[in-house]
Design a protein around this ligand. Sequence first.
Ligand code: MGP
Ligand code: SAH
Length: 439
Amino acid sequence: MTDYFVESVGSVPTLYVFRNIFEAKEISEQIQLFAGIYEEELNKSFIEFWSLNSDKILAERLWINETNREPIWFAESDVESYQNFCEQIYVEQYQIYIKIYYEYYKHLHKSLTEKFDDQPISCEEEIDASFVDDFEKLQLLGLPTAFGRGTVVKQTKSKRSYPKVYSGYFSDEDNDCATVMDPVKINDLKDDDVKNSGTSSVHDIEVKVIGKKKKNRKLKGVPDFVLENKEILKYWRKRFSLFSRYDDGIRLDCESWFSVTPEKIATHLADRLSCDLIIDAFCGCGGNAIQFARTCNRVIAIDIDPIKISMAKHNAKIYGVDHKIDFIIGDFLQLSRCGRFHSDIIFLSPPWGGPKYKRKDHYDIENYLQPCNASSLMETAKSISENVVFYLPRNTTISQVIKLADKGNRCEVEHNYLDSRLVAITALYGESILKEKDI
Ligand code: MGP
Ligand code: SAH
């Protein structure tokens, strides 16, 4: 049997966030509702994604500052070429989105229902059909065909080649855990270079046949501290996804390497949770706290481990936000008992039990989370703020997450993908921080 994996390629991974609001008492109804409007949800979600990200994506594709990858130039008068370029990117982004959204949909169903049918609705054919006649299909679906602002028109020679840019996140040679997905249909987009090459590609999407593994993996340039602890090699390879300013001297210990929230996710959460005062109850080396400091007036960052706090302080200095964070060394559970902490939002990113958390099909937040189960953490957090946010493993049992909202209350579950990989889920509790979908 031939195995394929889909690898999204971009200088930094693209963040995809899919969200849903659940009511504690109506889980089954929610599933049915969601299944009934799959395509509508997909399109709405893509429109939101494109409106938020189009400028950035187009700019990234025009300006690729890596060696051997030249920027694309358009003559100022050649508006048509620029429009075509934008349309092409739009179509390819939609194709990628369809694939990732379907993975998300399957994942959500699987985690909500024990007996998951691999084809819950007959959307597979519809999805594949959308690879044909992409643009017409977009129009038929009622999607907007207006593209990103035409602000980046640059002078000189016109080039119509679309360079591939490899992701710092997943181009990892040692990473044998690439997400195994269904083969992507190669569409009719014209990319002769790619069609003639050894691997097939739909621009950002690479489809490779997994063959013999490379024996001599390149370890050139890998620092000694990583070679001494090979467990962190794969995390080190995506260091710039964890901290874009890694090379400015970011410090991480072993636990932090595998626990830190990747910067794109931390940035997204910080934008969403912007408020006056936020508490990061398990701050580690500062992945989240640093980003919160950008968007909130004040951050209280707590960790039980003094080494983590000293690293977090140091890292916050690199990002120029240390003056906005109060660092506290201590046990969050004990500190909360003093009753002196109150905040607009409390963010909980506790230890999950190390990288082995993913060995389980279903991660049980009432048994495996540290330093105590999710219900106790929630109770403690509620004594500090009515708005509670949990950062949890991707294999978390969603019904447990929903149960954490008291009866009659609602919670929102965000699935945070970097490229085609589900990294984690974020659960939000508290009416004022839930984000309604505009139906
Ligand atoms: P991962 O699953 O170890 O990495 O962690 P990856 O590359 O998705 O694994 P692979 O085996 O699929 O290749 C994914 C993300 O989960 C990390 O980037 C952290 O943000 C987060 N994370 C992982 N762990 C073990 C913890 C943890 O113990 N606590 C917290 N708060 N976050 C964690
Ligand atoms: N979100 C962080 C990573 C958190 S990892 C980041 O992006 O950098 C979880 C952290 O919880 C670890 O640093 C660990 O030292 C800390 N921790 C464990 N038990 C704790 C407790 N009882 N109180 C406070 N911190 C704790």
